[in-house]
Design a protein around this ligand. Sequence first.
Ligand code: BEZ
Ligand code: FE
Length: 289
Amino acid sequence: MDFSEKDSVDAVLASFADTPDPRLHEVIEGLVRHLHGFLRDVRPSLAEWEQGIEFLTAIGQKCDEHRQEFILFSDVMGASMLVETMEAERQAQDATASTVLGPFHVVTSPERALGDSVDSLGTGEPCLIEGSVAAPDGTRIPGARIDVWQADEQGSYDVESGGRQPLGNGRGLFTADDEGRFWFRSIVPAHYPIPTDGPVGALLRATRRHPYRPAHVHFIVEAPGYVPVTTHVFVEGSEYLDSDAVFAVKQSLVRDFATVDDAEAAARHGLPNPFRRAQFDVVLQPAGS
Ligand code: BEZ
Ligand code: FE
């Protein structure tokens, strides 16, 4: 029988009928049904379909060790946040809200001692970020690992700064103390545009979308026996909190980076007085609960 628009889904699904892994079979079936449905809705010309393939090819070609254009595509389409949101519903109702990983977790964060600074340039506004890691019942989690990465006051990450920042700047891997507490010095990050020099940037321009993300610090917090959380702390008052290019803002993650005038605390932390300070207490869900 000839391939037809009416029977296209059945013909392709039949070719996958012997897929042994049931989950893979389910995923492929959904993909075929939705892809064919999309094509029947949109009815692209052959030239438009080739353009689409070229776009995806360009996304792949833009990827390298430090550039993750596919993650960026998933992010601007809201797909990353939809998957994040569904995962959180499955796993961790009582835990700190999760949000997108983003494409910049591409350098291993240097191990740092509590109280160290993740910033080696000293050009931004100094701040202290401190908090605790605990289970939903309040039990502290000593030794939890806290991986952080952030843009600088100009809104760029080390890997995209063209050498202005050394690799590892703005990043740190900390271990919570015996009471599950952590603290480190940094600078207040700025809002920034996601990378726009690739096909995803071309898509944003063609659709008149802005590329900005509100100011934030990324966190991955993990501990044995708990579900890890990938999240951000957003800087209260930052531009773009209401229109994040990747839809990743959750109100429960917005924190006041308040100005603190306390000479004793500043001296204790090796900060100038006054300084900015944010508190971020993290709750992890026990695994399997
Ligand atoms: C980020 O926050 O690093 C990020 C997230 C999504 C897309 C681009 C950047
Ligand atoms: Fe970021």
